[in-house]
Design a protein around this ligand. Sequence first.
Ligand SMILES: Nc1ncnc2c1ncn2[C@@H]1O[C@H](COP(=O)(O)OP(=O)(O)OP(=O)(O)O)[C@@H](O)[C@H]1O
Ligand SMILES: O=P(O)(O)OC[C@H]1O[C@H](OP(=O)(O)OP(=O)(O)O)[C@H](O)[C@@H]1O
Ligand SMILES: [Mg+2]
Length: 303
Amino acid sequence: MTSTPSTQASTTNTPADTPNGRPLRIAVPNKGSLSIAATDILRESGYRQRQDTKDLTVFDPENGVEFFYLRPRDIAVYVGAGTLDIGITGRDLLLDSGAAADEVRALGFGRSRFHYAARPGTITSVEGLAGKRIATSYPGVVRRHLADRGIGADVVRLDGAVETSVQLGVADAIADVVETGRTLRQAGLEVFGEPILESEAVLITRAGEGMPAGFDIFRRRIEGVLVARSYVMMDYDIPDEQVEAAVALTPGIESPTVSPLHREGWVAVRSMVPRDGAQRLMDALWQIGARGILLTDIHACRL
Ligand SMILES: Nc1ncnc2c1ncn2[C@@H]1O[C@H](COP(=O)(O)OP(=O)(O)OP(=O)(O)O)[C@@H](O)[C@H]1O
Ligand SMILES: O=P(O)(O)OC[C@H]1O[C@H](OP(=O)(O)OP(=O)(O)O)[C@H](O)[C@@H]1O
Ligand SMILES: [Mg+2]
């Protein structure tokens, strides 16, 4: 990818400058596996998002940001060129683009592995790829992976449905995104070798530049939502003599809140706990005498 695309905001809500200078410009996947989860996290972070999947841009003047809905593959190119300040894209797409953009935060959705695969028994190791044809939509990632290992192979670039290329005789092996493995099985292919990389959605900014103005607030909002998703609030009542044992089980992020109860000899404890394992924690608290144990969702936070 060598060209630098220009941004063309072509909706009616083109922004004027915000009072604090120009808005922060953020690239969001317009379709594909990352699109819905990306707009969900932005909406939960309090940003205005598009109502219609055909909208190309959304201006959010209250928050001083403008969103550009772009092909996920192009997002790193815009951010690397400095045309846009921040992007949400896949780590694999960022690496494939070779753009001058850096991953600043993993976002915990759009997880996948990138693997080589072939018909069982034909190619069973990365070394076995020497002299073969490998079909992929990620030629940058694959060429680098092969070059690092000194393996010469012919990389065939396809836009999608890469798994079918072996059956059609276009390639001997493929390198592609694997999520459940269903597509590979359907095509009669099997992965071999270690995963080439593990990917998920990431926040990216331009490499070598300081963080763009306004980035701190944006990042804090996103982090607030991610923490809120992975933690729950736990409340319980416990006899005084068991408080230390209970607090050891639920240490919270900084320190749990312990408040007096009207009932003599008892206190109420409130603490954030990881969502995973919260039920086991409730069992353990019950065992040591806690009662009235409540779990509630957190929608957003600043820690
Ligand atoms: N099951 C999946 N299939 C494809 N990409 C996935 C999957 N799960 C996660 N991803 C991630 O989504 C990004 C690819 O997004 P992209 O929109 O280009 O492909 P897509 O979901 O295949 O969309 P489309 O094929 O409709 O263009 C990559 O970062 C990839 O790792
Ligand atoms: O392991 P799985 O759960 O089967 O998912 C992985 C498949 O999904 C994606 O294809 P997509 O449907 O996006 O079609 P495409 O190849 O045309 O992009 C990806 O390219 C793999 O083919
Ligand atoms: Mg696809």
